[in-house]
Write a protein that binds this ligand. Structure first.
Ligand code: G6P
Length: 361
C-alpha cells in the first residue's frame, strides 16, 4: 500500500501520473518536426504495404486509434482482436507489418497472434510497456511506451502512452511507405504533442467528473458514443466503466446508435458524447436522438464545440490538435469511472474476475 502515496487507490495514482508518463513517452522522440525512434531508423518500412495491429482489451482500443491515424494518411491498416487472429487475419506476407500492442507483453492471445503472423511471413513489431517482456523479445523490433509500472488492473496511463507511441510509430511508417500521403499538418500535430502533459494536468486540476458521477450513479446503463478518433475513446470509456463499477456500460460508433442500441435508451441511460473536433457531426445528431428519448447527454469535448449547447452536462477538454483531443477526453472518462466505482465502494484496483495480464488463451 505504501506505493499509493497520497492516493486511495493505485488507479487514481496512475491517472494522476499521466503528465509524467506522457512526458517520458515523448522525450527525445520528436526533433525538428520529425519523429525519431531508436529501434526504427528512417527507411525501416520501405517494403511494407499493409499494417496489422493485434491486441486485446484496452490495448485494442489504442490500436484502433493508431490504425485510424495510418488509414487517414493513406496506409492500408487493419486492427484485429488477437483472439480472432487465426480466423480473420486475411492475407499476410513479407509486405505485412504486424504490430502487437500489449502493455504487459505477456497476453497469451496477443503472443499467439503475433507468432502466427511471423509464421506466415510478416515482419513483427511489439509496442509494449515492459522491457524484456515476451512480446518485446520475440518480435523483430520493439518500441517501449515508457509509462512506468501500472498496478491497477484497469489500464489508464498505459492507454494514453500507447496511443501517443502508436501515433509516433505511425509517423515513421508514413514517412517510409511509398503509398502514404504525408499529412499537411503533421508538423503542427507533433508540435502540439509537447503540450499534452500540461493539458492532462489541467484536466486533473479542474475536472467535474466526481460531481457528474454522483449525479448519474443511479442510472441503469451508461452509453459512450464517438465517431472517427472519438470511437476508440468511447469504447475505452465504456470498458473502464464496466470493469471497475460492475454497472452495464457500452461504447458505440455514434452513427450505430440508431441501428439497435436506441431501443435501450431511456432517461435512465446517460450518453457520454465524445467529440474530438474531427468528424463529430454524427455524434451530435445521434446524441440529440437519444436526448429526444429522454437520455441525459454529457458532452466530453472542447468548450466551444457545437455539441456543448445541446448537452445536459459537460466535461471540458482543452483545445488542441484533433489527433490528441480524444486522449484528453479519455482522461475525463477515466475519472468518471473512478469516482463512480468509488461511490459504489468497489475494489477499484482489483475488480472481481479480472487479471492485469491474461496469460491463458
Ligand atoms: C487484461 C486486462 C486489461 C488489458 C488486457 C490486455 O484483460 O485486464 O486491462 O487491457 O488484458 O493486456 P495487455 O497487457 O496485452 O495490454
Amino acid at each position: 500500500d505504501a506505493g499509493k502515496g497520497e492516493f486511495d487507490h493505485y488507479m487514481k495514482k496512475e491517472i494522476h501520473s499521466q503528465p509524467t508518463a506522457l512526458s517520458n513517452t515523448i522525450e527525445g522522440r520528436v526533433e525538428d518536426g520529425e519523429v525519431s525512434l531508436e529501434a526504427l531508423p528512417a527507411g525501416s518500412f520501405t517494403d511494407i504495404e499493409e499494417v496489422q495491429f493485434v491486441a486485446c482489451g484496452t490495448s485494442y482500443h489504442a490500436a484502433v486509434y493508431g490504425a485510424q491515424l495510418l488509414k487517414s494518411a493513406g496506409v492500408r491498416a487493419d486492427v484485429i482482436r488477437a483472439s480472432e487472429y487465426e480466423s480473420v487475419a486475411g492475407p499476410v506476407d513479407e509486405t505485412t507489418l504486424t504490430v502487437a500492442v500489449t502493455q504487459s507483453g505477456e497476453t497469451a492471445d496477443t503472443l499467439s497472434a503475433v507468432r502466427e503472423a511471423a509464421d506466415r511471413g510478416a515482419r513483427t513489431l511489439a509496442v509494449t510497456n515492459v522491457v524484456g517482456s515476451t512480446a518485446a523479445r520475440e518480435a523483430d523490433d520493439a518500441v517501449y511506451i515508457r509509462a512506468g509500472p501500472e498496478v491497477g488492473v484497469a489500464a489508464t496511463k498505459t492507454f494514453s502512452s500507447q496511443a501517443v507511441t502508436l501515433a509516433l510509430v505511425g509517423q515513421r511508417i508514413v514517412a517510409d511507405v511509398p503509398a502514404a500521403d504525408h499529412p499537411d499538418d503533421a508538423e503542427a500535430m507533433l508540435e502540439s504533442l509537447a503540450d499534452l502533459p500540461e493539458q492532462v494536468e489541467s484536466i486533473l486540476e479542474t475536472t467535474d467528473a466526481e460531481r457528474l458521477a454522483k449525479r448519474y450513479i443511479d442510472s441503469q446503463s451508461f452509453f459512450f458514443i464517438g465517431n472517427g478518433l472519438g470511437h476508440p475513446v468511447a469504447l475505452e470509456g465504456a470498458l473502464k466503466f464496466k470493469e471497475i463499477t460492475y454497472e452495464h456500460a457500452e461504447g458505440f460508433a455514434s452513427g450505430q446508435l440508431k441501428h439497435g442500441p436506441l431501443a435501450l435508451v431511456t432517461e435512465q441511460t446517460p450518453v457520454f458524447a465524445v467529440c474530438t473536433g474531427g468528424d463529430d457531426g454524427k455524434t451530435k445528431t445521434n446524441a440529440i436522438e437519444a436526448q429526444t428519448r429522454g437520455a441525459p447527454i454529457v458532452s466530453v469535448s472542447p468548450d466551444d464545440h457545437p455539441v456543448v449547447d445541446a448537452a445536459d452536462a459537460h466535461l471540458s477538454v482543452p483545445d488542441t490538435h484533433p489527433v490528441w483531443t480524444g486522449l484528453l477526453a479519455n482522461v475525463q472518462l477515466q475519472l468518471v469511472s473512478y469516482y463512480a466505482a468509488d461511490l459504489l465502494d468497489r475494489p477499484i484496483d482489483k475488480p472481481r474476475n479480472l487479471a492485469k495480464s491474461v496469460t491463458v488463451e
